[in-house]
Design a protein around this ligand. Sequence first.
Ligand SMILES: Cc1cc2nc3c(=O)[nH]c(=O)nc-3n(C[C@H](O)[C@H](O)[C@H](O)COP(=O)(O)OP(=O)(O)OC[C@H]3O[C@@H](n4cnc5c(N)ncnc54)[C@H](O)[C@@H]3O)c2cc1C
Length: 300
Amino acid sequence: MLQTVSKAFFHLLAGNKTLQALASRYGMRGGSGFARRFIAGESMPDAIDAARTLQASGLSVTLDYLGEAVATPAEAESATRAYLGVIDAIAAAGIERNVSLKLTQLGLTIDRATSVDNLRRILDAAAAKQFFVRVDMEDSPYTGVTLDIFETMWQQDYRNVGVVLQSYLRRSETDAARMNALGARVRLVKGAYQESRDVAYRIKPEVDASFVRIMKRLLADGHYPAIATHDPAMIEATRAFAAERGIAAHAYEFQMLYGIRRDLQAALTRDGFRVRVYVPFGREWFSYFMRRLGERPANI
Ligand SMILES: Cc1cc2nc3c(=O)[nH]c(=O)nc-3n(C[C@H](O)[C@H](O)[C@H](O)COP(=O)(O)OP(=O)(O)OC[C@H]3O[C@@H](n4cnc5c(N)ncnc54)[C@H](O)[C@@H]3O)c2cc1C
């Protein structure tokens, strides 16, 4: 209950323009801005530095140039160009070639065709430089269309792309079967948005039980799945299932967010598991930051 209330509260705050303006002014200021715990920085060099540090300690990375729900074609174009620049900068820096992006950042809220065109441009540039691109999953009005766009790209022979499923959505088990049949790489998460009872499980035991069911499907029948969670119980369930089925540690990976449970990231790496850290950067960090607070109000 408390979790649901706080999530709703932070989603409400996320829409507050005054708060956003204030936070944006102070949150990343200097080396000790309060948002730095979860955001690698506002610039590309900040992100590259963070990635280098993580990679030096045996972790993998995916870089996320923050932004979502752009309102005009010009903003979608600018985000697309920024991603093309990110791809070039990562290749030049020699860090791992893996990025995550959101379709509403590429114009999905404006119209589907714009986001598809922009995604295609990014996937082409990414393929030419051997990048992997993960399409993040957003709130439920976009679930179906995101999976459809992903599938369209897959049918057009793009293989350097993966998708995300959220265990809080009731539909996700079916979607997992669909993605497994396609041969697609899935990142499994619990889900970060405020959703209604109609479409989503709302209490933790149900979300967790769904996570475990989908994790098993992905490990047993999927294609290099990413189990993205900081929850020790979910990680333990994954390790136990993999051991029981004789699934090798390199057949899947764990993923965690930048700045969260660094102890667990290090411990899993020491135990021989692959761990990828999601490294968000850029000036549009406010919504992402508020979702992290909503997950764990103690972060305040
Ligand atoms: C790599 C990665 C990519 C993601 N991509 C997406 C996406 O595309 N779409 C989407 O909807 N969601 C995404 N998420 C977020 C995800 O849906 C969850 O909201 C988030 O991971 C918290 O859930 P949890 O599995 O860690 O479990 P929870 O049950 O929320 O938390 C378990 C434990 O993890 C720790 N923890 C969790 N969150 C925090 C936090 N914010 N601060 C400090 N400690 C914390 C605490 O110890 C907590 O007890 C992603 C998460 C990861 C790790």
